[in-house]
Design a protein around this ligand. Structure first.
Ligand SMILES: Nc1nc2c(ncn2[C@@H]2O[C@H](COP(=O)(O)OP(=O)(O)OP(=O)(O)O)[C@@H](O)[C@H]2O)c(=O)[nH]1
Ligand SMILES: Nc1nc2c(ncn2[C@@H]2O[C@H](COP(=O)(O)OP(=O)(O)OP(=O)(O)O)[C@@H](O)[C@H]2O)c(=O)[nH]1
Ligand SMILES: [Mg+2]
Ligand SMILES: [Mg+2]
Lengths: 292, 278
């Protein structure tokens, strides 16, 4: 773990007198390596290490009898700060038809997450309606219906011959008719470099007028996380991120990269395949995993 | 300043960053760039182009220079098991293989052994219809081993050339799910001790260092004989394949480059390495 490696760095220095700037830089080399191995984007790592280096060059560390502990403490605190020390406010509005729009790369877990979010909101007294706007993937509409059945939430679809904007417009009217106060819109996976699909998404967002726009991203994403997140944010705009598949052993550095490049909070974590495998995002847990 | 006898360190650092950005990983990237430092040809006035050329050769030393494509020849039925973590593109890859097999005039049987995920069977059924393949399935929540048992019997009686088994996505850290996979292999082996003749681990190009853990744990559980990397039509470079080839001996069979039936290619090491630097 990074903690052990840092202690190793500073142990070797004991007996050489006090800690110097060179010693700190050697420790930062270990921090950089740990973050890269944890899939934090290399540009984000650079900035992070620079910032922690400056803080580590203070008297507190240089004169400490346990500099390794101080450095790891600094790194941990800095990570938590970056990941979003305060929980993001997920406030839906009373008396309107709320809309949550979900999008992201192929296979990131959107359809599954739609079900989890529906259950989470239903438990809080909202009346969700799932909206099937993936008109591309084989059996996607059927998948959303089955997911809905699993959480006792109805799903609205218009088949695959209408575009997502039309489907959402009709879904809104249907929601009002049926007394549903929350639309959760599931969309097809798409590449941020696919102009046609990004146009479809922009058009959908204009029609949907979402209360929340979420990027659903896979926690095991590597260096590419910043590319897709930045593009989705720049071209469509996101309010927040939901990170799925956190029940694996991926170190989850993508969380830091996505947060840094979009500036938006991480709201939820997917921690399994079942409908109640949803957690509010815990920055301290992710920070500990990133540090191994 | 003359750089005679030394390699341009700034350039080397830039090259290391290109590799890291491509998900080659910090350890493998350093190893490749360090080899440049030791390389006589890299010294002197070697420019970026020369160094990149040498770096590519270093990567090809690891990846191999020959394609090792999928072959469905020999045993009949040729049984292919497709495994991997959630959402990587297993079902879609099977659809692409079924399309290819149809073009090769081979009778293909798809096996819906993902009995867990919502509409997994329906999704595979659509691919069977699209590609003219047969499909073996059971009701929702059926035991995947039982579906495979039925399929092996049906394949023999229907004289299928190739059997493609779709399994549920599963995280390698879930012990019970890995046990389920081992059981599927045992069921298949009961029918033909040499089967599955190919076990493909499907990886997502956007996945980072976790692919190493996936490869290790999946190949400890089942006899993985080939890797597939999907979603290389995105911006992810899939450089983790270099790290994987460095640590494991598993041939890289196919790359996925889109969502349609024709969107795959045999893995060609030189093309892959060139694309990484584009
Ligand atoms: N272990 C685990 N699996 C998950 C999680 N979220 C989703 N999955 C699984 O990931 C796979 C993909 O999920 P989907 O919901 O189909 O993903 P998607 O983003 O809708 O996929 P596309 O619509 O094709 O882009 C499925 O096998 C899900 O069960 C999670 O938090 N943990
Ligand atoms: N762009 C792109 N998308 C792909 C590729 N391969 C698969 N996909 C998409 O990725 C998503 C997931 O594909 P699936 O075939 O359902 O993945 P899976 O591994 O079977 O998923 P689970 O069974 O839920 O674990 C779908 O939206 C596919 O269309 C590829 O090579 N490129
Ligand atoms: Mg989906
Ligand atoms: Mg599947």
């Amino acid at each position: 773990s990074l903690g052990q490696r840092l202690n190793g760095v500073f142990k070797r220095l004991r007996g050489h007198g006090k800690i110097t700037e060179t010693n700190i830089r050697e420790a930062m080399h270990e921090v950089r390596l740990a973050l890269l191995q944890a899939d934090v984007n290399f540009k984000v790592v650079k900035e992070f290490v620079q910032s922690v280096t400056e803080k580590s060059l203070g008297a507190e560390v240089l004169q400490s009898i346990s500099p390794g502990e101080h450095v790891i403490g600094l790194v941990h605190r800095e990570l938590i700060e970056l990941l979003g020390a305060r929980a993001a406010a997920f406030d839906l509005k009373q008396g309107v038809t709320n809309v949550i729009l979900l999008f992201g790369l192929q296979g990131s877990g959107k359809t599954t997450f739609a079900g989890k979010l529906a259950l989470h909101c239903a438990k809080k007294g909202w009346k969700p309606l799932l909206v099937a706007c993936d008109i591309h993937r084989p059996a996607a509409i059927r998948q959303l219906h089955v997911v809905g059945e699993g959480v006792g939430v109805p799903a609205f679809d218009l088949g695959t011959d209408h575009d997502p904007s039309e489907i959402t417009e009709r879904a809104k009217r249907h929601a009002v008719e049926q007394g549903r106060d929350l639309l959760i819109v599931d969309t097809a996976g798409r590449l941020h470099i696919d102009e046609v699909r990004m146009d479809e998404l922009r058009k959908l967002k204009r029609t949907a007028e979402p209360t929340f726009t979420f990027l659903v991203a896979d926690a095991m994403t590597g260096q590419d996380a910043v590319n897709s997140a930045a593009k989705f944010h720049e071209q469509v705009g996101i309010d927040g991120v939901c990170l799925t598949k956190q029940d694996g052993d991926a170190r989850g550095g993508a969380a830091l990269s996505i947060r840094k490049v979009t500036g938006k909070p991480i709201f939820f974590a997917g921690v399994g395949e079942k409908p109640d495998d949803l957690e509010v995002f815990h920055p301290d847990r992710v920070a500990s995993r990133i540090l191994g | 300043i003359s750089l005679r006898g030394k390699v341009d360190e700034e350039l080397l650092n830039e090259l290391e960053e290109i590799l890291i950005q491509a998900d080659v990983g910090p350890d493998t990237s350093l190893k490749l760039v360090d080899a440049l430092r030791q390389n006589r040809e890299a010294r002197g006035e070697a420019g970026a182009e020369k160094l990149i050329g040498l770096l590519k050769e270093g990567m090809l030393d690891i990846l191999g220079r020959e394609s090792r494509p999928l072959a469905f020849d020999g045993p009949k039925p040729f049984v292919t098991l497709v495994v991997g973590v959630n959402g990587t593109g297993k079902t879609t890859t099977i659809g692409k293989l079924a399309q290819r097999l149809r073009q090769e005039g081979r009778s293909t049987m798809l096996v819906a052994a993902d009995t867990f995920r919502a509409a997994a069977v329906e999704q595979l059924e659509i691919w069977a219809r699209r590609t003219g393949a047969e499909i073996v399935k059971q009701g929702a929540g059926a035991d995947p081993g039982s579906v495979c048992f039925d399929a092996m019997q049906a394949a023999r009686s229907h004289h299928a050339d190739v059997v493609l088994i779709d399994t549920a996505g599963r995280l390698h850290t879930k012990v019970n799910l890995m046990e389920e996979l081992k059981k599927i292999v045992r069921v298949i082996q009961k029918h033909d001790p040499a089967a599955p003749h190919e076990t493909l681990l499907v990886l997502d190009a956007t996945t980072g260092q976790n692919a190493i853990s996936q490869a290790r744990i999946f190949s400890e559980a089942v006899p993985v004989t080939g890797l597939v990397m999907t979603k290389l039509d995105g911006t992810a470079k899939g450089g983790i394949l270099v790290a994987l080839s460095d640590q494991f001996e598993i041939p890289i069979r196919i790359i996925g480059i889109g969502e349609g039936a024709e969107d795959y290619r045999d893995f060609v090491p030189r093309d892959f390495v060139d694309a990484l630097f584009e």
